[in-house]
Design a protein around this ligand. Structure first.
Ligand code: NAD
Ligand code: WQD
Length: 345
């Protein structure tokens, strides 16, 4: 059985990928410092899979620990999620973000090179496109200068990977550019665990409906879109997880590839008001929300062109926006019931 190291495997996307890897016959090995996750996620993974996977608790900057991981077993591939992801926080603490996300990637690549690992997936983001000049965005759409240190760490990350691979080492890598991941495992055993006040739309919606927040502010109602609110390409985390397994399978069988970038989205966009409507319809809850001012730095509209993922990965999304909202709501209700262990502030 092939061993895949999942850095950040206790996190939101990583935990779903761990489950999917197991379903596809891989042995996932988790490395996480639990700086943005809880140990209870391991229980959720076990409840779904019936298995307890090996977990290394620690920082990806810790080379001693990394060498222990890579020398204790053969690592056949790495999926590298471990990173900080809060855009606003990155503006306040740029060095913390560059150290964690950029030096963290360098640290992983050093051991990957030393232990001759052949395949790697890197978590990139649609943030690299900024506000694109035309839609949908293809992988050839020019990148825009990053508007936050977080966004910059993804751009730099892609460049570090490409330069490393171009130096001739025996490594193949794909940078997956995620659009907006939402939803949770349909069992509600794992999902997104926003610690503190959520930055993202969907956790804010579900926490408001659950009574943890008073009301949702829709950031701007005067954009040039059908209802005046921003457009994003919201992808169910189960679909996103599936794309990672397909990418690993693709790397294992595709010999011409060195480095590539692939959009991972649904191919269509929804406004904030459409997301709220999908939530209200599936949950039968009335959401308390108001239209407020624009959020500085927000992109007006973005959604992916998904031809490349279809063609190369033989992958496309299966879940609807409604299913994602329903799974997010189910997860929120489960969290509320477990509030003694997983609290919000
Ligand atoms: P997350 O915070 O839920 O998961 C990241 C995990 O990495 C956490 O469990 C955290 O404890 C761990 N981690 C962070 N720094 C670490 C370190 N130095 N050493 C070891 N573990 C560390 O985030 P997520 O939403 O699952 O995102 C995963 C990846 O996908 C990140 O790289 C993120 O930038 C990227 N991404 C996320 C989104 C999104 O909207 N969620 C969109 C695009 C890209
Ligand atoms: C979605 C929409 C908001 C909260 C962020 C990162 C990006 C990438 C994906 C990692 C926007 C609106 C939100 C609220 C609102 N992450 N909104 N009220 O902005 O697309 O991107 O996550 O790489 O880098 O910046 O996601 O969930 O914050 O916002 O109206 O309380 O919801 O204006 O239109 P975003 P988001």
């Amino acid at each position: 059985m092939k061993n895949i190291l999942v850095t950040g495997g206790a996190g939101y996307i990583g935990s779903h990928v761990v489950v999917k890897l197991h379903e596809h016959g891989y042995n996932p090995i988790i490395m996480d410092d639990f700086s943005n996750s809880r140990h209870s996620v391991l229980e959720g993974i076990k409840n779904i899979t019936g298995k307890s996977f090996k977990v290394y608790e620690g920082d990806i900057l810790d080379q001693k620990l990394l060498k222990e991981v890579f020398s204790s077993q053969k690592i056949d591939g790495v999926i590298h999620f471990a990173a900080k992801k809060a855009v606003g926080e990155s503006v306040d603490k740029p060095l913390y973000y560059y150290k964690n996300n950029v030096s963290g990637l360098v640290s992983i690549l050093e051991v990957v090179q030393e232990y001759k690992v052949k395949n790697l997936i890197f978590s990139s983001s649609c943030t690299v496109y900024g506000q694109p000049d035309s839609l949908p965005v293809t992988e050839e759409t020019p990148k825009k200068p990053a508007n936050s240190p977080y966004g910059n760490t993804k751009q730099i990350g892609e460049e570090i990977l490409e330069d490393t691979i171009n130096s001739g080492i025996d490594l193949k890598a794909i940078a997956l550019r995620y659009f907006n991941p939402i939803g949770a495992h349909p069992s509600a055993e794992i999902g997104e665990l926003p610690l503190g006040v959520p930055n993202n739309l969907v956790p804010f919606i579900t926490q408001t409906a659950a009574g943890l927040r008073e009301s949702l502010t829709v950031f701007g109602g005067d954009y040039n879109t059908q209802d005046g609110t921003c457009i994003r390409d919201y992808i169910h985390v189960m679909d996103l997880a599936d794309a990672h397994v397909r990418s690993i399978e693709y790397l294992e069988t595709e010999y011409d590839l060195n480095f590539d970038v692939i959009n991972v989205g649904t191919g269509s966009g929804n406004t904030v008001l459409e997301v709220i409507k999908a939530f209200e319809e599936t949950s039968k809850e009335k959401l308390n929300f108001k239209i407020g001012p624009r959020r500085p730095g927000d992109v007006e509209k973005i959604y992916a062109q998904v031809d490349k993922s279809k063609r190369l990965l033989k992958w496309q999304t299966q879940y609807s926006l409604e299913q994602a909202m329903s799974d997010s709501w189910k997860w929120q209700q489960k969290l509320a019931n477990n509030s003694s262990t997983d609290s919000v502030s």
